[in-house]
Design a protein around this ligand. Structure first.
Ligand code: C5P
Length: 237
């Protein structure tokens, strides 16, 4: 597969065109950002770890009949993906109170949410990704009612699959963010499923094993990512 032009450079990943108009190459960089890109640092090996973990999760989801963009792992930090027409929304699923939910409602971190909470945010850096809802998606034609229903159903199914995977290695999946797109009219999981887009706590110690280590200056970001990969049996070398 021939890598062609850089199409889009995000905060931690870059998309390239290929000689096949239906496929793109997604590159995971070592960049790590917080506060909507205000703070960016490089961490050695992070691109490799996220690429391998993303492939691992996406493959597990495919096995459970969740349609994902993934085609093939290409190298340590690159994966071949379908070219999707992305919806301009971020979908967040929360199993416990944490992060912005805790701040917004003044509620204590760690409280279990039953049923898990599904939230939508508009992808708009300049406006700091404001919270939206189904009515906004309808009125502004961001996502059709039918596609949003599918997205919601897929997100809850993905949550069940991921919760089981993490539970089996004594990790708590607190929350995560997903992005979806259309490929030949079908709703498909895009973007990434990595430790950059989820909160994971150790079941025994309640230690944070995700990007909050960077956001909250706790240190040991890469060590935590490596520990999660080790528990899951994912080879990151
Ligand atoms: O910050 P907040 O509590 O809303 O984040 C919820 C979840 O979504 C966290 O796991 C966070 O890592 C993820 N997220 C993300 N990208 C964003 C916003 C949130 O990956 N732009």
């Amino acid at each position: 597969m021939q890598k062609r032009n850089e199409l889009y450079r995000g905060k931690a990943k870059t998309l390239y065109s290929t000689d096949n108009p239906e496929l793109l190459i997604l590159e995971f960089r070592n960049d790590t950002s917080s506060g909507n890109g205000i703070r960016i640092e490089q961490f050695d090996r992070k691109g490799i770890i996220n690429n391998k973990l993303n492939s691992f999760f996406m493959m597990k989801l495919e096995e459970a009949f969740i349609p994902t963009q993934i085609e093939k792992l290409l190298s340590d930090n690159e994966v071949l993906v379908k070219k999707l027409k992305m919806f301009p929304v971020e979908c967040i699923l929360r199993n416990r109170i944490a992060g912005s939910l805790s701040k917004r409602l003044g509620m204590e971190e760690g409280v279990i949410l039953n049923p898990p909470l599904f939230e939508l945010f508009l992808k708009n850096d300049a406006k700091h990704d404001p919270m939206i809802n189904e009515s906004y998606c309808n009125t502004f034609n961001w996502v059709s009612t039918k596609d949003l229903e599918k997205i919601r159903e897929l997100t809850y199914n993905i949550n069940n699959i991921l919760v089981n995977i993490f539970n089996s290695v004594d990790l708590i999946l607190v929350d995560f963010k997903l992005e979806f797109g259309l490929f030949k009219g079908e709703v498909i999981l895009g973007d990434e499923v990595s430790l950059d887009v989820m909160r994971l706590w150790d079941k025994t110690t309640m230690n944070k094993m995700d990007k909050d280590r960077f956001r909250q200056n706790l240190g040991g970001l890469i060590e935590a990512y490596e520990a999660v990969a080790y528990r899951l049996g994912v080879n990151i070398y």
